[in-house]
Design a protein around this ligand. Structure first.
Ligand SMILES: [Zn+2]
Length: 741
């Protein structure tokens, strides 16, 4: 009998991975068949590989391995992300610990340090992806700051600008005083708080506000037009006593004012409140674009600066932080008898920066925006549509299918209420905005158009570039010359529109892709925007299917966090229990869109499964040496193989439905409880009987080899190791057992 070790040696995993990688079969150029492509969500190159990565890689690897064995030309394109704001936040924390700050550095120094920091983590992340067993094509590895990617991002920007879909807007944005950048609505968090509500006298009227310190920026008072209490004041200019002396202020009527809030009178402070900004826009000529003149009320008056300090030169309030100013203002109002009362129980929602949790300061800062609901003309067609509706139609018409389906509704709801997307950030780590200014001129150009031109200091929201990832990676690989002479800022003869795709071999072969597997938490941030960009730029959806996974939680369903000490390190777990054990623990019981509780016990349990596979394989191989492959199957063995066909069919069907969890679970039970516990046990007597031996050997070998193939996408290492005992070829590219009829 052959000498095969009695336990599976998981330390050989890296050798097996090398074997696969060197075989060239991770690269679709060495495969034939219909293409099947997954573009890997690029991992943020700013931290360790975590269990969330392990989950995503495992699910994608199962899909890729299954399709590769089914004879598809599979491409799984790996990548890493510079992750703009996210990385800058991580790096600034590091600086803070070292007693440094980016505001003491030049932009170039800062950029260089972050670049090196990211290169380190980029390498670590790629090593992590390898160790997790991802059968991804390293020859097509991509980084979001690859110059070829940046070029495509710039072209899209220019194209959208020429189509009137990108504009510079001077309006209220969510400003983080700590991080010194504007943020999109998606990057804000909301929290209910109880704050004092101050009732302040404005001449004959009294109004309620939580922000008395912004009163210096008031440009009007407003009431609801249906509020009979204040009808006689509408349109009048009142004279009132203030902290800086007497002032005049007009009363206007607007439906946005809630009669039941406070006294029914509100102050309008357009420079420091988003709703007030909207009111001002409605009550000024041309939506606020021309302040003064025919305007019903004056334009915004800024009294707080970007640092969150009062900007009121020559007053005692100048330079005070907002919170201090509020205290002083309230005291002074009290002294002057202008404070009627304070309601200490007022509950309201505040917007916080999703990173530092500081209350955001609404400020008017010019930003670049993508117009989401504005219609534009599709090239070579009279058809007009908005970016928003491109996405809505694609999902409605099932051009993109989302699993689980409930997220289609969630996405539609979000799209319905979508506002224009601010894509500029006042941060340094990211892709610079390719816009140059000189006097009142503006040019879009990668490099300086000449002397005297100054570049826009902002960088892109990282989702503006990663939203283009599916086509940008494939086009970058083709690296075909651009039809957009961005360099030097010349203008194109005719603006290309939808369908302006370029025809390199990678793009032609692998686009649109078949699957986007990612976390549901970035459905809006990323998935929706990829659909939007893909349709805009190429006229095709970027992917046909979306599979959304949930969060990995601890065994008590608590969120994993360093402070709770309940974090499971996937690479550490692999060292102890092996890769296959972690993969099974991540996939069994994991339904799309749902969170998954994970414990070390669960992983340990599946290490036993890996050993079970190894031992069954060992038994079969030792007992089928020199077997007669032409043996006739006994009727009882035929029944076993018929049942095996059902398992094969069931697995294929479940994988086709993207039901990976049940496919894995069913195989686990069949292998352990039917094959190992029953079939192998019962075979022992039959093997000892010369009359039944040959049929038994054939049956055992068939069941084992079929099971190894079916199990391979889920537990690739142990199945490959077992397969290698008896085969020269790789299980990685064995033909998937097809029994469907
Ligand atoms: Zn912040």
């Amino acid at each position: 009998m052959r000498d095969i070790p009695t336990t599976y040696d998981q330390s050989k995993e890296s050798k097996i991975y090398k074997l696969w990688e060197e075989s060239g079969f991770f690269n679709p150029d060495n495969l034939s068949g219909k293409p099947y492509t997954i573009i890997m969500p690029p991992s943020n190159a700013n931290g360790q590989v975590h269990v969330g990565h392990a989950l995503g890689f495992t699910l994608q690897d199962i899909m890729i391995r299954f399709e590769r064995m089914r004879g598809r030309k599979t491409l799984w394109l790996p990548g890493t992300d510079h992750a703009g704001f996210e990385t800058q936040v991580v790096f600034e924390k590091k600086l803070e610990k070292e007693g440094r700050s980016r505001f003491q550095m030049t932009r170039e120094e800062f950029y260089k340090e972050v670049w090196d920091f990211v290169q380190d983590y980029k390498q670590q992340t790629e090593d992590g992806i390898r160790r997790l067993g991802a059968s991804t094509d390293w020859s097509r590895n991509m980084f979001t700051l690859d110059p070829r990617i940046i070029q495509i991002v710039y072209e899209t920007f220019e194209q959208m600008y020429r189509d009137g879909l990108i504009y510079r807007g001077n309006r209220i944005c969510n400003w983080c005083v700590k991080h010194q950048t504007g943020l999109a609505d998606l990057e804000t968090e909301h929290e209910e708080r109880t704050d004092p509500l101050y009732y302040i006298k404005y001449g004959p009227l009294t109004l309620a506000t939580v922000r008395p310190e912004t009163k210096f920026g008031d440009t009007a008072l407003a009431v609801n037009p249906k509020d009979t209490r204040y009808k006689k004041y509408i349109g009048q200019e009142l004279e009132a006593e203030g902290l800086l002396g007497k002032f005049k202020i007009k009363v206007i009527a607007d439906e946005l004012v809630d009669k039941d809030f406070g006294t029914g009178v509100v102050k309008v402070t357009p420079a420091h409140d988003a709703a007030d900004f909207e009111i001002w826009q409605k009550h000024s000529a041309k939506g606020g674009s021309v302040p003064g003149g025919k305007d019903e009320i004056p334009g915004p008056k800024q009294v707080i600066d970007k640092r969150g300090k009062m900007d009121l030169p020559n007053t005692k309030y100048h330079g005070l932080k907002v919170a201090e100013a509020r205290k002083v203002v309230v005291e002074d109002l009290q002294k002057l008898g202008l404070l009627e009362k304070i309601d200490e129980t007022y509950k309201h929602n505040v917007s916080l920066c999703y990173k530092c949790k500081n209350v955001l300061e609404p400020l008017i800062i010019p930003q670049w925006y993508v117009a989401m609901t504005k219609k534009f003309k599709i090239r070579n067609s009279k058809f007009e549509i908005s970016l928003r509706d491109l996405v809505v139609n694609a999902v409605k018409n099932k051009k993109v299918k989302i699993n689980p389906i409930k997220f289609e509704k969630v996405l539609m709801h979000w799209m319905k209420n979508i506002r224009d997307w601010p894509i500029s950030r006042q941060i340094w780590w990211g892709i610079p905005i390719p816009v140059w200014y000189k006097d009142n001129e503006l040019k879009i150009s990668e490099a300086s158009p000449g002397e005297g031109w100054v570049q826009d200091p902002d960088t892109f929201d990282t989702w503006f570039s990663s939203g283009q990832w599916p086509y940008a990676t494939l086009m970058a690989l083709d690296n075909t010359p651009s039809n957009s002479p961005l360099k030097g800022g010349e203008q194109r003869d005719s603006p290309p529109n939808i369908g302006g795709a370029r025809g390199g071999i990678n793009f032609q072969t692998f686009y649109p892709t078949q699957m986007m597997e990612t976390g549901w938490d970035i459905l809006f941030f990323w998935v929706a925007r990829m659909i939007m960009f893909g349709l805009y730029k190429t006229g095709q959806v970027p992917f046909e299917n979306v599979y959304l996974h949930g969060l990995v939680r601890d065994k008590d369903r608590q969120k994993m966090s360093k402070s709770k000490g309940n974090v499971i390190d996937p690479l550490g777990v692999i060292d102890i229990y092996g890769n296959d054990a972690l993969r099974m623990a991540l996939v069994v019981g994991n339904l799309p869109g749902n969170d998954l509780p994970l414990s070390e016990d669960k992983v340990r349990g599946y290490r036993n499964f890996a050993n079970k596979i190894w031992n069954a394989a060992r038994f079969v191989m030792q007992n089928t040496e020199g077997m007669d492959a032409t043996a006739q199957l006994a009727p009882a063995h035929k029944v076993i193989l018929k049942n095996l066909d059902k398992v094969t069919n069931g697995t294929t069907k479940l994988l086709d439905k993207q039901d990976l969890a049940h496919a894995a679970e069913n195989l686990y039970h069949y292998f352990w409880h039917t094959f190992a516990d029953k079939i192998i046990e019962e075979s022992k007597a039959q093997l000892a009987n010369p009359k039944t031996k040959a049929s038994t050997q054939l049956m055992l070998k068939t069941v084992l080899e079929t099971c190894l193939k079916l199990l391979h996408p889920f537990v690739p290492f142990v199945t490959e190791a077992a397969w290698q005992i008896n085969h020269k070829n790789l299980l990685l590219v064995e033909k998937w057992p097809i029994k469907l009829n």
